[in-house]
Write a protein that binds this ligand. Structure first.
Ligand code: ADP
Length: 624
């Protein structure tokens, strides 16, 4: 065998059998728990067959005339007297139930611990893989879809590993145990009793085949419903502002109706299955009763059967025939759980296997920043085939500020994202202190660049933690110092619990201006050599505006800044302004030079400064 073959096989295995991969990668470290659970399941289900069998035996022996002999128990231990035998049987039945209880506990503990641990590991690993993926991945996948992988899919795996495994062990070992007992008592009767088994198998197969595509439609429509609801709740402001409530009610009604219809189809199939199972199971039971009954009444084999059958054996047959029906009917559940887990594991591993920018980064050197000179050298980039920014050339000197201006969609945010390597450029180079950022590892690049954005995310933690985010070991003193510079200290002190106040959904509500200043404090504390500033002017009163401005001045002082021009004062004082139009540099210079040029910038400026009355649509967009 050549050396490659095993590898190739292993690879194929992983692609086509995600469940095997799941067990191999996540199950192996916890195989003891699995073995513990399977051991409990196997013996628990086998032992559960002892009481009905003993009951049958007792009828013939203790209550009948046959001599009592029991497998595994030496004849010398079996009492002679009827009452002694009766007590022995009672003892054995009680012991079986106790043992079954203990074994069921072992099964529950082992399989659940196994499944819960894997669920936890898979969720953390999937999340971690996800957060290292490139930005375009998040652009192409809605957060609802990703949440569904982290929640539903990971939960499906857990359910399969505990519930599915239980059903599987029950089916295999009850069937096996029952077959062995019945065949050893009377093989001909065993055939009669088990005649329903293949029919049940075929019927279950039919059910699974029929219901599977319907289930997949149900999942589809539930996914659509969830994403509609999520989008609508997220965009509730827009819906209300546009008075589209009536329309959206109709949309939800339509999508929910689709879900209703597919789900109803699934239910209609399912409610045929259980009565069908019952009828088939009943057939086996009735046949066993008829044949066994004639056999016992006539005390001789009916029809074409041969041999003997005692009343006790007949009772055992009746009891055990009942026992195997329900595990069999669970077979449909098992197949269902397996298929769901299979699809979920495919999605989970599909996500984990996405190529990560950071892996390609292995071995790249750290970015070393001395002066913080940023250079865009003939940079071209597009999200798809079409370039969004083209042939950009500019340099931001040490401690200089460069502001990007231009209408919406001109490519300003894109230019910024390229410096952070959220996307890799198609042509040209971006250098920081003469090092190509492509050759530096992402971690060192991103830790040396601060990013203050318009949607300044606050985590549901205390104000202090929010400011100290990304700075390990920041002391309270550092945090307060940064907050003071950012003009945030005053309002933070007035919050109910000061720096310990929780913010975010359940915490204190902060105004746009307050959130911005916390973002600025965070960046001041982080103290990066290079700063990206994408701060929006929000509707704040003049006093707050002045405070924010002061904070920003402190923040951009003595570092290299690439700013998206939102604030007039930041633009005005910038060392350079670049006006982008359709991804290309249309104008460049400082504020005065550009005003003199009387081109796009001059018009934009007038609009923003409120000097222009005649506002063309082109520039109006910029103000949105
Ligand atoms: P600006 O910041 O100047 O408003 P952007 O850089 O956001 O402009 O966008 C420039 C162009 O790139 C726009 O046409 C926009 O639709 C497109 N674009 C932005 N982000 C993406 C993305 N993740 N995928 C595809 N196209 C994008």
């Amino acid at each position: 065998m050549s050396e490659q073959e095993p590898d190739l096989n292993a690879e194929l295995d992983e692609i086509s059998y995600p469940i095997i991969r799941l067990l191999r990668e996540y199950g192996t470290p916890r195989k003891e728990l699995l073995a513990f659970g399977l051991f409990g399941g196997m013996f628990g289900f086998l032992i559960s067959l002892i009481p009905p069998t003993l009951f049958g035996t007792a009828i013939d022996t203790v209550f009948g005339s046959k001599a009592l002999s029991l497998p595994l128990i030496p004849g010398s231990l079996i009492p002679e007297a009827q009452i002694g035998q009766f007590h022995l049987i009672i003892g054995l039945i009680v012991a079986s139930y106790l043992a079954e209880g203990v074994l069921n506990w072992i099964r529950g503990y082992g399989l659940n611990a196994f499944a819960q641990n894997i669920q936890h590991d898979v969720r953390v690993d999937t999340y971690d893989a996800m957060q290292h993926l490139n930005m375009d991945f998040f652009h192409n996948n809605s957060s609802g879809e990703l949440m569904s992988v982290l929640n539903n899919d990971v939960n499906n795996l857990e359910e399969f590993l505990s519930g599915g495994a239980t059903v599987f062990v029950r089916i295999v070992f009850t069937m096996l145990g029952i077959s062995i007992i019945l065949f050893s008592i009377n093989w001909q009767m065993a055939l009669v009793s088990l005649i329903a088994a293949p029919m049940i198998a075929v019927f279950t197969y039919w059910f699974v085949r029929t219901v599977q595509p319907i289930y997949s439609d149900v999942r589809d429509s539930v996914g659509k419903l969830n994403s509609l609801l999520e989008n609508n709740l997220g965009g509730i402001k827009v819906i209300k502002a546009s008075t589209m409530e009536e329309f959206e009610r109709g949309e939800v009604d339509m999508v929910s109706k689709k879900y209703f219809n597919t789900n109803w189809r699934a239910i209609k199939t399912r409610i045929k299955f259980y009565p069908g199972m019952r009828i088939l199971a009943g057939t086996g039971f009735v046949l066993t009763f008829i044949v066994g009954g004639y056999w016992v009444i006539n005390d001789q084999a009916p029809f074409f059967f041969t041999g003997t059958l005692s009343i006790g054996e007949f009772v055992t047959f009746m009891l055990l025939t009942q026992e195997f029906i329900w595990p069999m009917s669970n077979f449909g559940d098992f197949v269902n759980m397996y298929q769901e887990a299979y699809a979920s594991a495919e999605r989970v591993f599909g996500l984990m296997d996405q190529s990560q920018q950071e892996e390609e980064d292995d071995g790249k050197s750290d970015l070393r920043i001395a002066k913080g000179v940023v250079e865009y050298d003939s940079v071209t980039f597009g999200y798809g085939e079409e370039p969004v920014v083209e042939d950009l050339n500019f340099t931001i000197g040490s401690e200089e500020t460069l502001a990007l201006a231009g209408p919406t969609g001109a490519g300003k945010s894109t230019v910024v994202k390229l410096l952070l390597r959220f996307y890799d450029i198609d042509k040209g180079r971006i250098r920081v202190d003469n090092q190509n950022i492509q050759d530096a590892n992402l971690k060192s690049l991103r830790t040396s660049i601060g990013y203050v954005s318009q949607d300044n995310v606050l985590f549901p933690e205390s104000v202090q933690e929010n400011i100290a985010y990304a700075v390990n070991g920041a002391t309270m003193g550092d945090v307060v110092k940064a907050a003071k510079k950012a003009q945030a200290h005053e309002f933070i002190q007035e919050l109910p619990e000061g720096y310990d106040s929780e913010v975010g959904e359940d915490g204190v509500k902060l105004s746009g201006g307050q959130r911005q200043r916390i973002g600025i404090a965070r960046a001041i504390l982080q103290d990066p050599e290079i700063l990206i500033l994408d701060e929006a002017t929000s509707d704040v009163d003049t006093e707050t505006e002045i405070k924010i401005q002061k904070g920003i001045e402190k923040l951009i002082h003595d570092r290299t800044v690439l700013a998206i021009a939102h604030r007039l004062s930041t633009i005005k004082d910038a060392d350079q302004i670049i006006v982008l139009d359709n991804g290309r540099i249309a104008e460049r210079g400082n504020h005065e030079e550009l005003l003199e040029e009387n081109g796009i910038y001059a018009k934009l400026w007038k609009v923003q400064a409120g000097e222009a009355e005649d506002v063309s649509d082109y520039f109006l967009e910029e103000r949105q």
